[in-house]
Design a protein around this ligand. Sequence first.
Ligand code: NCD
Length: 345
Amino acid sequence: MNFVHQHILSVEQFNRENVEYLLDLAQRLEPVAKREVGCNVLQGAVLANLFFEASTRTRLSFGSAFARLGGSIIDTTGFTFSSMAKGESIYDTSRVISGYCDVMVVRHPEEGSVAQFGKATHVPVINGGDGIGEHPTQSLLDIYTMKKEFARLGKSSLDGMKLALVGDLKHGRTVHSLVKILSLYKDIEFVFIAPENLSIPDYIAALADNRGHKISYIDKPSQGLKGADVVYATRIQKERFKTGEVPEGYSGDFCINRQMINQYANDDVVIMHPLPRDSRPGSNDLHNDLNNDPRLAVFRQADNGIPLRMALFAAVLGVDKNIEENYRPLTWQSVKHYGVEDFQP
Ligand code: NCD
């Protein structure tokens, strides 16, 4: 796949080689992400960040990645302050904004809507999450994180890994993209841990199954965690429930906490979560009693959004071959450490 000027809408566009190319490119961009060197390879380019749904890390990390490559950002947040509140169509909005920018990142509550933005523009559109559909860049940064964590643990490949996915597997778009993208690898063992009403959509499980991966459905997390290389927890997506629908059966047993990890998981398990965690009482999301546990990779995972999103911008705007030659010394100093605070016990 030649990424230049391509929309990035779904991980179904990629083969394994494309994915590995982006992960390698992200690796090359680490010195820029870590603020060791500057690289203004996107100087003069403009990103339009269009977020019609709540976001913290996706919007800001796309913006930060673009700015660190020397580009500028224009943005709009929510429907209220956009002309969509006046009845403007996706087509018109997208066509107009394409005149103002070089690349667009769009998050929208309806599945398939970001693809509609893509139909109306002259510039590449990157899907920042379309309803319960997909979140391709999150899954790329997720497997980038797995590769980095595995390297730290002396594991050589994602092939053959066991991944336990916990939470709202029905509505969670990060999970949908992650299962699809990992299905490009070999001999993955997927353990889907959720009550029946929050189960992974059949078509996604079938895709993994058809590619020869091992699948199991478990409604008791403690059993599913055994032998897992990675535990990927997710939030209950209450905003996607139909009126009156409740997360039936999502009891305290699903709350991944220190006691459960110590008792059932491997000593070198990698604990991930796309964030945000729902910290409200009764949410049963990933517990914060794991915060100082080196196995908790969630903040390193969020940090990894920067090099990975830089890589995507560099690839779709055609500067991926020009990174190192554009290195320049930085004139300022910021962080003392980057993502290492929670690295050691
Ligand atoms: C996720 C999303 O928006 O799908 N967040 C993110 O982008 N990291 C997960 C979620 O909202 O639960």
